[in-house]
Design a protein around this ligand. Sequence first.
Ligand code: RFL
Ligand code: PHB
Length: 395
Amino acid sequence: MRHRTQVAIIGAGPAGMFLAHMLRADGIDALVIERRDRAYVEGRVRAGVLEQGTVALMRRLGLSDRLEREGLVHGGTNLSVDGDVFRIDMAALTDGATVTVYGQQEVMRDLFGAAEARGVPIVWDAEDVALDGLDGDHPGVTWRREGVAHRLDCDFVVGCDGYHGVSRGAIPADVLRTFERVYPFGWLGGLADVPPACHELIYANHERGFALASMRSPTRSRYYIQCALDEDVADWSDDRFWDELCLRLGRDTAATVTRGTLFEKSIAPLRSFVAEPMRWGRLFLAGDAAHIVPPTGAKGMNLAVSDVTMLGAALAEHYRDHSDAGIDHYSARALARAWKAERFSWWFTSITHRFPTMDAFDRRIQVAELDYLRGSTAAQRALAENYVGLPLEAA
Ligand code: RFL
Ligand code: PHB
């Protein structure tokens, strides 16, 4: 079967779906092609913290009704060093900027619900997705679904298909340059229907390793502990998880932890990765297809959103104003912002985690860095402005 659209979007994650809604709002035709089904994409427990720019985009697209009701607005965040907690008043340090706790799963539900209501088309369960003609004027996407071969003719292809997608690989090897750091540990995450230990997040550096107290709602907590990469989730009983978490958070915070049954226990590896350029011919990359950050700065999904905010505006300029300035600058602008988020996520990871190669000197430097943060408004402001999200125009 043969189809035609203006913009083909590969992948129905946050990058692909936000872009589809932006294009729809600008009257540009797009088709989203996704490998999995809706339940699978909606079911993935991932990010929890939205930057202001992400919240603003949801409002602009008329997708924020539930977010306004259920999102938890946080003006501060907490750091803990061997159990000693201090707060960073992000709002006071940044002219009132905040972040909003609202799970990626909720964002996806809102995006898919509105896509259905507004007739934004999505092809689910697309197999063997392949791109062609990207360096000419007639790019296309092919796939198979229920045994039927499909071909889509389009003006542009946007690869929003995540780290394991096919789009990045369509850029010739002699053009594509990649940069990578793989961290020698992972995060073991657990979700429980218990009230959070604290009304804000706590990022804890402990001699035994990193821990994070986060949440999804006033009745659902999300906790993480740093673990070795070769660990088996099956070895982590609920009791062992809670005991280790409480040790790392320290006695005062542990006293406020409510234990309960943990569901969605899983281990995620930590990685920093950037692919350059983010445009090749008529192909653009956005989100995890182009870059991965370790989750410490809560930047992954927000970075996907800032990419497509720039790209959506550039495509609107192309169709509405017949100007390719935005398209031509997309890769450089998106990479400039992505690298700043890479730097922040790498730095925040490096001061909060226990590295296997660390000696006593490294540990003292880490503790000194956190102590400096505790005492310096300048250092706190630098953390705060990155955490709430750098403005797009700074990219
Ligand atoms: P996604 O969300 O990976 O979506 C890509 C979509 O493309 C589909 N796909 C294909 N479709 C068609 N053809 C193919 N060949 C395809 N290959 C893949 C996939 O099925 C999928 O639906 O990328 P996107 O849109 O760029 O969004 C990025 C964010 O999802 C990601 O950055 C964050 O979830 C990262 N992340 C976190 N970010 C945060 O900000 N805070 C967090 O706490 C946080 N925790 C996490 C995370 C990512 C995790 N991963 C990747 C496993 C925890 C985990 C465990
Ligand atoms: C989460 O709630 O899943 C979360 C929050 C903050 C992070 C990472 C993950 O930095």
